[in-house]
Design a protein. Structure first.
Length: 79
């Protein structure tokens, strides 16, 4: 790659696309659709998007839950 291509790019006299065209041969370049498909292929190969797992701590007890309470409504003991 000629040094003048890099200099033109750093001086804002050439676009990134012109620089890429000078650096890579046409058969080495991919278009946006190909890049998206390649990204999806990598995502599928690695198991999909990362999932964030958030723990809630060690559990413990909560007084709002009715566990262990005796039912008193409409219940009568048989004799």
């Amino acid at each position: 790659m000629p040094q003048s291509d890099v200099e033109n790019f750093t001086k804002d006299e050439a676009t990134i696309y012109e620089l890429i065209n000078d650096v890579f041969e046409p058969q080495e370049q991919v278009n946006e659709a190909q890049a998206n498909l390649l990204g999806v292929a990598f995502e599928l190969a690695t198991g999909g998007q990362a999932q964030v797992n958030v723990g809630t701590g060690s559990g413990g007890s909560s007084s709002e839950l009715p566990w262990g309470e005796q039912k008193t409504k409409n219940s009568q003991r048989r004799r």
